[in-house]
Design a binder for this molecule. Structure first.
Ligand SMILES: Cc1cc2nc3c(=O)[nH]c(=O)nc-3n(C[C@H](O)[C@H](O)[C@H](O)COP(=O)(O)OP(=O)(O)OC[C@H]3O[C@@H](n4cnc5c(N)ncnc54)[C@H](O)[C@@H]3O)c2cc1C
Length: 521
């Protein structure tokens, strides 16, 4: 039988988004998931604006309003109630979505699976577990076992992506070592559905109380999440108990009369990553590649960034537009970002997970200000510095904005819904479009690119005018994962910009320094 283009192992959010993005680009994808039914319990509760845009690119833009709610303020308080930090999530951030979105993971996963199933070239097989992989003849032979009947089968794929979570079998099969920073704490996670709607102000709260560090956040529409840290003198068994959960919730006026306990579970959060995300035709993404403490709400977000980054690279390689070496850029680009996010999550954890009274008092004094802290924006994540980005360009690797554009519809749609989320050469200056010679335009369009002129009439909120003017550029090449490849100051520079993109995609190896970390071939 003809091999699948890609076998995705694991149908969590990362495998589902990757399959949807590849399916949308016409590739034949098989998704292999060991569980017969989706995982029903909540885990992640937060995704950011960039991730909302990735979900939009899967065709889920309209679903997000139903399954998530924006959060405006995330406040950190001391045990005595003093406000230590205040983060503000903008209702519309640079990606065209709220900075901070609260949701329940099962509801999102159901929408993602439905989105993947909409592509006839994507096949989802549940109840099969991947047990073996062998690199053969420029592809991979997978051994799969039925999780119900014990039958074994083999199938072939040109590439395999292990999106099989924290205890990844694929990661084990490719034999990559794992770096573990040894930073871990146990937390009791409690999800409740309130019987009556209640307003929580602020929406999201971190209580840095040394007698019980506690997180109180939205769990998406109709749900609340409490997280209680295990204290040094408690055992996991002490904490992992429904009666204990109710007793801790009492202080928040949440009782069996006012709420239903959806679940309680103790989780140990780790900070660790696979040292190699690739071996031959097998790659890793999501929790299979990295795990982080939850304090920045970035575990799943990072995995969905992996999926968006890898999807366009696999697309170009599968279509023969770029050599296989392009895939070495995946780990290089994503690992930089993930390591920074792990560091950031740990730095938040070090503020939160303090159970020593004196240490907590010292910390509180450090944050104390006479009028309380100012509302500060959620810190942006670092961009891509090494990889498929134009060398020496200050905008390269930074996220490009998304705004609403006039196309006759009311309300005006977001740009990606009009032009798609592929490669874009975007400008607010008509002379830039005229400066692109036909041969380069044809090459760019064959790559899946679109030339987009957002003039003043189309730019309903002035998003693009302001962004181009603030950055002092006339044009930008946006990658399908919304990072800038590079920019041009005017029509005179745009030809060089597209030519440098063409060189990068035809011969990516010259951009990939330091030496790519892909495994042995
Ligand atoms: C309490 C908690 C709170 C969190 N909060 C946040 C948050 O606010 N924001 C955020 O971004 N992230 C958060 N996370 C992290 C987030 O839940 C994970 O990062 C995310 O689920 C990872 O997705 P994934 O698709 O990589 O893996 P998973 O969701 O774990 O999916 C992996 C899939 O692979 C399948 N599988 C495994 N082995 C095999 C095999 N051999 N063959 C076939 N299938 C296999 C599994 O059955 C599973 O369905 C939180 C996590 C927890 C536990």
């Amino acid at each position: 039988m003809e091999p699948w283009d890609v076998a995705v192992v694991g149908l969590g959010p990362v495998g589902g988004v990757l399959a949807t993005l590849l399916g949308g680009r016409g590739h034949r994808v098989v998704v292999l998931e060991r569980h017969e039914a989706p995982y029903p319990l909540p885990r992640a509760v937060h995704f950011d604006g960039e991730v909302a845009r990735i979900l939009q690119s899967c065709g889920l833009g309209d679903d997000l309003a139903e399954i998530s709610e924006p959060a405006d303020v995330y406040e950190w308080r001391s045990g005595t109630g003093a406000v230590l930090l205040r983060f503000g999530g903008r209702p519309i951030g640079p990606s065209g979505w709220p900075d901070t979105n609260m949701f329940g993971q099962p509801a999102l996963e159901a929408r993602i699976e439905a989105a993947a199933r909409r592509h006839p070239n994507v096949e989802i097989r549940r109840g099969v577990s991947v047990a073996g992989l062998a690199d053969e003849d420029g592809g991979v032979v997978l051994t799969v076992e039925s999780t119900t009947g014990g039958d074994r089968d083999q199938l072939r794929a040109r590439y395999v992506v292990g999106c099989d979570g924290a205890n990844s079998t694929v990661r084990e099969l490719i034999g990559t070592p794992v770096t573990d920073l040894g930073f871990f704490y146990d937390w009791l996670i409690v999800d409740v559905v309130l019987h009556e709607p209640r307003v929580f102000d602020p929406t999201n709260l971190q209580v840095c109380d040394p007698t019980r560090p506690t997180t109180v956040v939205s769990g998406g529409p109709g749900r609340r999440r409490w997280e209680f840290m295990r204290l040094p003198d408690e055992t996991v068994e002490d904490l992992d108990d429904a009666a204990k959960a109710w007793s801790l919730l009492e202080a928040w006026d949440v009782t069996p009369e006012t709420a239903t306990l959806e679940r309680h579970a103790v989780y140990r959060f780790h900070a660790r990553w696979a040292d190699r995300w690739r071996r031959g035709h097998v790659l890793l993404a999501g929790d299979a590649a990295h795990l982080m403490p939850p304090f920045a709400g970035q575990g799943m977000c990072s995995g969905l960034r992996d999926a968006a980054n890898l999807a366009w690279k696999l697309d170009l390689v599968l279509r023969g537009r770029s050599p296989d070496a392009l895939l070495d850029a995946y780990e290089l680009e994503r690992e930089q970002n993930v390591r920074a996010v792990i560091d950031f999550s740990m730095s938040l954890g070090k503020v939160i997970c303090v159970t020593d009274e004196a240490e907590a008092a010292e910390r509180d004094a450090l944050f104390a200000t006479p009028d309380g802290p100012e509302l500060q924006p959620v810190p942006p994540l670092p961009g891509i510095t090494t990889g498929i980005v134009a060398a020496g360009d200050p905008l390269a690797g930074q996220l490009v904005v998304q705004g609403r554009v006039a196309d006759g519809a009311d309300p005006p749609p977001l740009l990606d819904d009009v032009v798609g989320a592929g490669w874009l050469l975007m400008t607010v200056d008509p002379t830039v479009v005229a400066a692109v010679p036909d041969d380069l335009r044809t090459w760019f369009e064959d790559e899946g690119g679109t030339l987009v002129l957002v003039d003043d009439a189309a730019d309903v909120d002035g998003t693009y005018r302001d962004w181009f003017s603030a950055n002092g550029v006339a044009a930008v090449v946006q990658r399908p994962d919304f990072a800038a490849f590079g920019s041009a100051a005017g029509p005179g520079e745009v030809v060089a910009l597209i030519e440098s993109l063409r060189a990068a995609l035809r011969d990516p190896a010259h951009l990939l320094s330091p030496t790519p970390t892909g495994g042995p071939r």
